[in-house]
Structures are given as structure tokens and as C-alpha cells.
Design a protein. Structure first.
Lengths: 377, 280
């Protein structure tokens, strides 16, 4: 009996120990495959044209030419790219600047090494006949927002227009789709220019039997309201950036990334096909729209793609520290410390890309118009 | 046959209720004192059943495979994950139950953790386990781990009750035969536990489906019905019937798993009479 008891305590203890081990991080093995360095890039969401530049750089062999074997990791509802990066489960991550800075404040050691999207793609969309054309018109309206840190441009815009987001508007938590706006449950809905806004234009107006058109909607663009924040950027591990090997690898990674995005600027339809081939469930016309709108957020790029503009960075940080959401929270409590961003690597990458004959500013970029079909098919 | 008719009648009632509500319900829903008490009945919120059926037959994307093929394939993928999770979860649950029955110390030490394990929110757990994908195991297996995590609990708790269910007289009888622990377990406790095991397995089956679907959504694992649900949900603005096809798939998957688990019961429940004799 006594022996049994000892045996039992050992079993219990080891079971608990095993359970504890289960939560520990596993070591990432990095075995070189054919001389190429394996790299993992964590994306924010499923494959779609928002990430076309990276997909193209893989597909066209730009990464391979730089000696990198890049694996793109899709996001999910609970996958936070900057956390995955900070935990060492990816080598680089794509993330919005305010959200990544918030993770940084909580201890994630990450650095913005390439600001791929120079501009924000967030809109607030209302019905044209509602008379809402600017943030000030939202007063007293039902305003949809996504929450989870995606709402701060809206709140900054309203605050700037003299509206107290906590009192002067009715805030409604928005779903993935735009049905709430179509059903007129809300007066204005949050939408990305490259995704949700297109979904509105792919829906049929039951009154006319035709698709809705841009004339049916009014757009509040946070870029013109002066409350836009920086979005998709490539983030690297701050600690590893002190290692010369990782530095060189970052430059090579960014060089190929620039090539990928330049390719998608010049070959929107080819990139659309690559994204569709990756198994995206979004239709081809929707995907081409997304490609074109994404290009608009990057090109033309006066300083060269990926260079972090200090004014835009400062605006993002200032708004992150001062804008309060309905619960009174700000994105950041203090200015980012340490190496939050650096242009060192992107500038080297731009030089390398230019030397290879890549147009890194896209000054002559003209987006081709896209015709959307029902359901984006 | 009667069972089949009952199922059919249930389905027809459901369909009639859906279409009936659409016919009489207010397209804008019913709002009482600012609270919506009845849902909207318009085509955007509740597409007609024939629209959904039509959508099932139509191609997913221009020139692509029909939606029903995509949904069925996704269901089969998730069924695979569910099965792996269910089997692993049930085996772990059984092992834990046997260990807890055998050693009081283990029961006292482990049972609280078994219960606490189910209070950990999946959203906290999923990203952690998702990190194992591609490193320790293929990505689908991480979802199976989540499914197993939910499935082991009812089995462990139910089976423990079952193993402890034989009366003292039964246990003493075994002792008087000089039967060891193993003999007692196999001839007395396991048969006595069967009536407890099957309801637990049904719960585990349902939990495994939920775990697999939620795990897919949470980690973004491609191929299954959970991922399909979220992808179609995003298109609900312009294609509201599409998301219902995926929901239908998920419901069918749940029924299929429930049916499969109750089939397990058939050959084993013949022993039930023996149990009653043994526990007398």
C-alpha cells in the first residue's frame, strides 16, 4: 500500500511536469536546405492581394535569388503576427504600426525595418443620401467599428472634429461583413479600401436589381481627415538585429520584397492570378480590385518603397498616445523606447534593388480601373 | 425506419419554421424597447432555402468547383481532424480515469487540474498550440490537439464515475476470489463503466467537433470547414447564402460524428446485462 502511494505520487508529479512542459516554447530548428536560408514570414491574415508582393517574391524566385527560402505563414483570428515574431516562431512579421507598437510597449522586442504601405487604407463608409461626408457629420449617428485596436483612426478623426467618441455617437461593434450598413442598422461602417468597400460594390441593390455603385456611398478617408496611421510594415526581431548575419539577411529579405511589390505594381493581373492560385476564396475581380487598391497605398513612393517617413511615424505615435477609445484607453501610454524603427536596412535594400534596375519609386504608376462583378467572382 | 421518418419530420419542421418565419416575420425584425427580440426576415439575413440550395449547386468561384463539393471536402478534412482528436482524447481520458480510480492520490491531485483545464479559454490556448505547427507536427495536427483537449474531459470524468460505480459487494466478491486489480478492472469495473462511458463519448464527440472547427478558425488552418465558415462569412455582404452552405456542412459534420459514436455503442452494449448481474 505504502509503495503504491509513492508510485502514485511519482506518476502524479510526472504528469503535472509533462503538462507544464507542454506550454514551453519548442526550439525552432533551422536546417539549411540546398544552401538557402529558411525564413518564415508571418502574415496578418489569409492569403490575399494585400500580401501579393511577398507571394510574388516567392513565386518569381526573388527571395531564392537572395539565398532565402521564404515560407509565408497565414494568419488566423487569434494569430498576432508581432507576438509570433517576438516569440521567435517567425523571422519577420507583417503588422500594423499602432498594434505592433502596443505589443512593443508590453515587451515584444520588434523593430519596423520596412514601411511597405506608405498610406492607410481605412475608410468610414456611409450612404450618400445620409449627408455624412466628414468626421464632424458623425455626431449623433450610429457608428460601426471593428474594435481590437483597429478603431483608433476613426476615434482620432472624431476627436479631431470635436466629437467625444464616448458620448456624441452610438458605437456599434461591427462584424466581418458590411451587412449592418446595407441593412441601415448603422449609419457609417468601417471598411478597408481594398476589401470591405469592394464588397459593398459587389452586392446587389434589391431596389434596382443592379450592383451598388460608388455613387451610392460617401467615403470619409482618414488620410484627408488627418487622422491616418501607418499600417502594413515588415517587423524584425530587435535583439537579433545586433547580429551581423541577421542584418545582412534582413537587407536581402527586404531587397527581394521590394522586387516583389514592384513586380505586382507592373503586373497586377499576374499577381492576382498568383494569389488566386494560392487558394484564396475571394473571387478574381475582388482580388484584382484589392491588388490595385493595395498598389495605391504603396505607389507612387517618393522616398522609395519601405522608407519610414518621419512625419507619418510621428503622427502615428502621437495619435496612439493621445486618442482615447470608448473605454478611455490609448494605444500607447508613452513614446516608444529603444529601436522602434530604422531605415538602415531598407535604404541598403533600396540601393541594391536600384542597382538591379528596379524602379523603387513608381513615379509613373497609374492604377488601371477595375470592374467588380457580383460577389467578386 | 421509424427513426428515419422522425429525422425527416424534424428536418421538414425546421425548414417550414424557417420559411414560415420569413413569410410572416417583419423584414426589419421586431424591436421592443430598443432591443431586437425577433431577427430580421429579409433575404440578406435569412436567405430562402432554395437560394441556399441553388448556391450549393453553383460554382464557388467563376469556373471553379461547385460549392457543395468544396463544403463536402472541407467537412471530410475536418472529420479527419475530429477523428484524430476524438480518438486521442478518448484514450487519454480513459487512461486518466483508470489511473485516478487506481490511486486515490492521483484522483485528488489530478482531478482539479482536469477540471481547471476546461476553464482555460480556447482563444488563449489556440495560438500557443498553433506555434507547434510545422515544427513539432503538421499544422492540421495542432487543431487535432485542440480537439483532443476538449474531448478528453468528459471521458475522464464520466469514466471515473463509471469505474467507481460497482457496489462494495461486487468489489468484495472479487476480492474473496483473490482477483487482483487488473482482473477486477477487466471483469468488473470496465463492464460496469460502459453505461457511463457512452454518454461521455457522445459529449466527447460533440466537443471534438467544436474543438476542430474553433481551432481551425482560431489558427487559420486551411482545408477544413471552420476556415471555410470564416472565409464565406466575410463574403456575406454580397453573397449571403454562401455562409449558410458552410454552416449546413458544419451541422452535418456534427450529426455524422454523433451518429458514428452511437454506432460504437451497438456491439458493446450487449454486455450491459452482465453488468447488472455483476453489480448485484
Amino acid at each position: 500500500m505504502r509503495r503504491n502511494r509513492i508510485f502514485a505520487s511519482i506518476v502524479t508529479a510526472s504528469a503535472l511536469l509533462l503538462a507544464g512542459c507542454g506550454t514551453a516554447d519548442s526550439a525552432v530548428t533551422t536546417a539549411p536546405s540546398g544552401g538557402l536560408t529558411p525564413i518564415k514570414l508571418q502574415l496578418q491574415w489569409f492569403f490575399q492581394a494585400q500580401f501579393a508582393g511577398y507571394i510574388a517574391a516567392v513565386d518569381q524566385g526573388f527571395y531564392r535569388a537572395q539565398g532565402l527560402d521564404v515560407e509565408l505563414l497565414e494568419g488566423g483570428v487569434d494569430i498576432v503576427p508581432q507576438t509570433v515574431l517576438a516569440q521567435g516562431k517567425a523571422d519577420y512579421a507583417v503588422a500594423w504600426v499602432p498594434k505592433a507598437l502596443a505589443s512593443r510597449e508590453q515587451g515584444a522586442g520588434i523593430t519596423d525595418v520596412g514601411q511597405i504601405f506608405a498610406r492607410s487604407g481605412t475608410y468610414q463608409v456611409a450612404w450618400k443620401d445620409s449627408g455624412i461626408t466628414s468626421a464632424a457629420d458623425l455626431k449623433g449617428k450610429k457608428v460601426g467599428n471593428w474594435g481590437f485596436g483597429n478603431e483608433f483612426e476613426l476615434f482620432a478623426g472624431m476627436t479631431k472634429a470635436g466629437i467625444d467618441p464616448g458620448k456624441d455617437v452610438t458605437l456599434v461593434q461591427q462584424q466581418f461583413d458590411m451587412q449592418a450598413l446595407l441593412k441601415k442598422e448603422i449609419d457609417a461602417a468601417q471598411a478597408m479600401s481594398y476589401n470591405e468597400y469592394a464588397q459593398l460594390l459587389e452586392a446587389k441593390n434589391p431596389a434596382t436589381g443592379q450592383l451598388y455603385t460608388a455613387d451610392d456611398f460617401a467615403i470619409i478617408d482618414w488620410k484627408t481627415e488627418g487622422s491616418s496611421m501607418l499600417q502594413d510594415a515588415v517587423w524584425a526581431n530587435t535583439e537579433k538585429l545586433s547580429d551581423p548575419n541577421y542584418q545582412a539577411q534582413t537587407v536581402r529579405f527586404l531587397t527581394a520584397t521590394i522586387q516583389g511589390w514592384a513586380f505586382c505594381r507592373d503586373n497586377a493581373e499576374k499577381c492576382r492570378d498568383m494569389v488566386v492560385a494560392k487558394g484564396s476564396k475571394l473571387g478574381t475581380s475582388h482580388q484584382l480590385w484589392q491588388m490595385t487598391e493595395t498598389n495605391k497605398l504603396i505607389w507612387p513612393s517618393t522616398g522609395g518603397i519601405g522608407v519610414i517617413d518621419e512625419t507619418a511615424w510621428k503622427q502615428t505615435v502621437d495619435l496612439s498616445m493621445t486618442t482615447r477609445n470608448q473605454t478611455g484607453d490609448t494605444v500607447l501610454t508613452k513614446a516608444p523606447e529603444g529601436l522602434a524603427y530604422t531605415n538602415d536596412y531598407i535604404n541598403q535594400a533600396l540601393d541594391a534593388a536600384k542597382a538591379a534596375g528596379v524602379d523603387v519609386t513608381g513615379a509613373s504608376f497609374q492604377p488601371a480601373p477595375v470592374t467588380l462583378t457580383e460577389g467578386g467572382a | 425506419m421509424r427513426r428515419f421518418l422522425a429525422v425527416l419530420a424534424g428536418l421538414l419542421t425546421g425548414a417550414a419554421a424557417w420559411e414560415g418565419y420569413k413569410a410572416v416575420g417583419n423584414p426589419d425584425g421586431t424591436v421592443l424597447f430598443g432591443v431586437r427580440v425577433l431577427p430580421r426576415a429579409d433575404d440578406l439575413s435569412m436567405p430562402h432555402l432554395w437560394t441556399i440550395a441553388e448556391r450549393l449547386g453553383a460554382p464557388e468561384l467563376t469556373g471553379g468547383r461547385p460549392v457543395w463539393r468544396v463544403v463536402v471536402d472541407a467537412c471530410l478534412f475536418t472529420l479527419g481532424i475530429t477523428t484524430a482528436g476524438f480518438v486521442a482524447g478518448a484514450l487519454i481520458g480513459l487512461a486518466l480515469a483508470v489511473a485516478m480510480q487506481r490511486f486515490r492520490v492521483v484522483e485528488r491531485g489530478l482531478l482539479p487540474y482536469v477540471i481547471i483545464s476546461q476553464t482555460v479559454p480556447l482563444v488563449a490556448l489556440a495560438p500557443l498550440i498553433a506555434g507547434w505547427g510545422g515544427v513539432l507536427m503538421p499544422p492540421w495536427a495542432t487543431v487535432a490537439v485542440i480537439a483532443a483537449y476538449l474531448a478528453f474531459f468528459p471521458v475522464a470524468v464520466g469514466m471515473l464515475r463509471g469505474l467507481q460505480s460497482p457496489s462494495a459487494a461486487g468489489v468484495e466478491l472479487m476480492r474473496s476470489y483473490a482477483a487482483g486489480w487488473w482482473r477486477t478492472l477487466v471483469t468488473l469495473r470496465l463492464p460496469a463503466a460502459l453505461p457511463y462511458l457512452f454518454p461521455a463519448l457522445r459529449l466527447a464527440g460533440a466537443a471534438a467537433v467544436v474543438g476542430a472547427v474553433v481551432g481551425e478558425i482560431s489558427t487559420g488552418t486551411r482545408g477544413g470547414i471552420g476556415r471555410l465558415l470564416i472565409e464565406y462569412a466575410r463574403e456575406a455582404t454580397s453573397d449571403p447564402a454562401k455562409v449558410y452552405t458552410a454552416m449546413l456542412g458544419a451541422a452535418l459534420l456534427g450529426l455524422l460524428v454523433a451518429g458514428a459514436v452511437s454506432l460504437l455503442e451497438l456491439p458493446l452494449m450487449r454486455h450491459r446485462r452482465h453488468v447488472e448481474v455483476a453489480t448485484l
